[in-house]
Design a protein around this ligand. Structure first.
Ligand SMILES: [Fe+2]
Length: 208
């Protein structure tokens, strides 16, 4: 299954929707087109990353945003706002209409220890998140954990490594998630996005 190249059979979509409902998330191995993954990896060459980490030293998290990588963010957001992709996401999650997919990227390596403690991503305008791995090699650590925010019961864990896989996970008042530190030699690259109920065009400077 590729992010934009092909449509998805309605019968497959229906099965995936069942899986999302029963599991509470969807993990799709080999989701992202390798050609596109290679294309996006070029933005994160070792030289670029050294500068980038230096510029963001001391921050709690390292996010590739419009300010640092405008070309990347424009291309990536164009891709994830394609109509067929949005329709696919609405169908598999059973969400309401998506106003906009809002994407940026995370880079994590063992030196930077950029894990994320439990938080909910919940600003009241998000249905779910999509986390796509574009790391060319297997990486260690960086495990995604979802738990019930009231009971703290762990609901599921996903280690999205080893393929260009996608994790689709809900955002809700009773849910929170964490991502553990990346621990090995391989730097992890992930394309994050949120399904927004209402577009927030004013937050995206490139749309002004
Ligand atoms: Fe998050």
């Amino acid at each position: 299954m590729s992010i934009v190249k092909y449509g998805v059979e309605p019968s497959v979509t229906a099965l995936l929707h069942q899986e999302y409902k029963s599991q509470g998330y969807l993990y799709l191995k080999n989701f992202f087109d390798p050609f596109l993954a290679e294309h996006f990896q070029k933005y994160f060459s070792p030289e670029n990353l050294a500068d980038f980490f230096k510029a963001q030293a001391g921050r709690d998290y390292v996010a590739i945003e419009y300010k640092s990588h405008p070309d990347f963010i424009k291309e990536y957001n164009y891709l994830i706002n394609q109509k067929n992709y949005i329709e696919f996401l609405e169908a598999v999650t059973g969400s309401g209409p998506i106003g906009q997919m809002k994407g940026h990227a995370y880079v994590s390596d063992a030196n930077e220890k950029r894990g994320y403690g439990f938080h909910d991503d919940n600003d009241g305008n998000r249905y779910f998140l999509v986390s796509i791995n574009i790391t060319p090699q297997k990486y260690d650590g960086g495990v995604f954990t979802m738990r019930n925010s009231k009971t703290r019961e762990v609901l599921f864990q996903v280690h999205n490594s080893g393929s260009y896989g996608a994790l689709i996970a809900p955002i809700a008042d009773n849910l929170e998630h964490a991502v553990s530190d990346v621990t090995g030699d391989v730097t992890r690259f992930s394309l994050l996005s949120w399904a927004m109920k209402l577009p927030q065009a004013r937050r995206f400077k490139m749309f002004d």
